[in-house]
Design a protein around this ligand. Structure first.
Ligand code: 5GP
Length: 191
């Protein structure tokens, strides 16, 4: 049976990546779609595992070649989901997580109406900012741009099937794992 397509979105700093890693560890039917980006690698990021790091020229060639299920510009960089790999994984029976920002999430929902949409957010925008500051991966300009985008993203919460508030880390982890299992089992009880 073909797997489910699962979009996980929400502001930068909400803790999406950590929760997704926990879900991948806990649920063997899940796979992660590695995105392409023009952003520079952060310390510790590995090409092909965290992202496929491309130059803008290469990325634009991929767009022209029709390689992307969706792509978007976010905070001055391009990000996109290579379509071929997603379908390969879905065909193999795995459910596939796309960790993408709001514009991309909307494009996926248009193109793949069966996709399940999960929104992850911090308990408040103030807490979101604290987390981004604590992570210290962005310049102050990039951090402000991410926070401006965060306000718009939180306003789109209604467009999603599931919401996970990442306050207590352990509770959020359990909620994400339960949500993934529910989606894979095919329940329609969105919450
Ligand atoms: P970061 O630079 O922090 O890794 O990611 C910035 C934002 O881009 C995050 O919200 C992340 O979910 C999103 N993102 C990562 N990969 C993709 C992708 O393939 N497509 C889109 N539209 N957004 C992505």
């Amino acid at each position: 049976m073909r797997g489910k397509l699962i979009v996980v979105s929400g502001p930068s700093g909400a803790g999406k990546s950590t929760l997704i890693r926990a879900a991948l560890d806990a649920v063997p039917e899940l796979a992660y779609s590695v995105s392409a980006t023009t952003r520079a690698p952060r310390e510790g990021e590995v090409n092909g595992r965290d992202y496929i790091f491309l130059s803008r020229e290469e990325f634009e060639r991929w767009i022209e070649a029709g390689y992307f299920l969706e792509w978007a510009e976010y905070s001055g960089n391009l990000y996109g989901t290579p379509e071929h790999r997603v379908d390969e994984l879905l065909d193999s029976g795995l459910s596939v997580i796309l960790e993408i920002e709001l514009q991309g999430a909307r494009k996926v929902r248009e193109q793949r109406p069966d996709a399940k949409m999960v929104f992850v957010r911090a308990p408040s925008l103030e807490e979101n900012r604290r987390r981004l500051e604590g992570r210290a991966t962005e310049t102050s300009e990039a951090l402000e741009s991410r926070m401006t985008t965060a306000v718009r993203e939180v306003a789109a919460l209604d467009e999603f099937d599931y919401e996970v508030v990442n306050g207590d880390r352990e509770q959020a982890r359990r909620e994400v794992v339960d949500t993934m299992k529910k989606i894979i089992r095919g329940g329609n009880d969105a919450e």
